[in-house]
Design a protein around this ligand. Structure first.
Ligand SMILES: [Zn+2]
Length: 179
């Protein structure tokens, strides 16, 4: 129980392997085991899920988990089943995704469920190439992708696109237009 921590349960990758249930030669019956590779080893998926659930309960984070699950349900574009979404939510929860300012949904999620966390992040105004309307992203998200290709996740449509920084002058001009 003392080994039960989010760092130890964080999923590195998923595993799968066949095993023999019974029989010999041509009569062999195979089963398939799926697992999660984490710091504690390759743990059978069901067991791993239960361990994360136990930890969430111990840390009194059931509400946060439910919010994360709801967020996935609200953005379930791949039409995954509830079971798949729950597994995904447990993986994301174990990796503390909601605290990661580089997460593309960091602002969307936290503005809805944890405004105090959202307001503590350093934000940058950008104008994405796609939607062309200014919007906010976290500085951390920009930094974490800078070395790859200088793109950002559009705050409006979620596409990875090139962008311009929204300058103070442009911001003032826009404010004046509105008046
Ligand atoms: Zn866009």
């Amino acid at each position: 129980m003392s080994d039960l921590s989010y760092a130890n349960l964080r999923c590195h990758y998923q595993t799968g392997r066949s095993y023999v249930i019974s029989g010999e030669g041509r009569n062999r019956v195979y089963g398939y085991r799926t697992g999660v590779q984490c710091n504690l080893g390759d743990i059978e998926q069901k067991e791993w899920c239960q361990m994360v659930r136990d930890l969430i309960q111990r840390e009194d984070e059931q509400k946060l988990y439910q919010q994360l699950l709801q967020h996935l349900k609200d953005h379930n574009y791949a039409k995954e089943s509830i079971k798949e979404l729950e597994f995904k939510a447990l993986q994301l929860h174990a990796s503390r995704i909601f605290d990661n300012e580089a997460w593309v949904d960091f602002l969307k999620f936290n503005r809805k469920y944890r405004p105090e966390i959202a307001s503590s992040a350093r934000l940058v105004w950008i104008v994405p190439e796609c939607c062309k309307s200014p919007g906010e992203v976290t500085q951390t998200m920009l930094d974490s992708h800078k070395h790859i290709d200088n793109r950002a996740c559009c705050p409006h449509c979620g596409r990875w696109v090139r962008f311009k920084f929204y300058t103070t002058t442009e911001m003032e001009e826009r404010t004046n237009e509105c008046e």
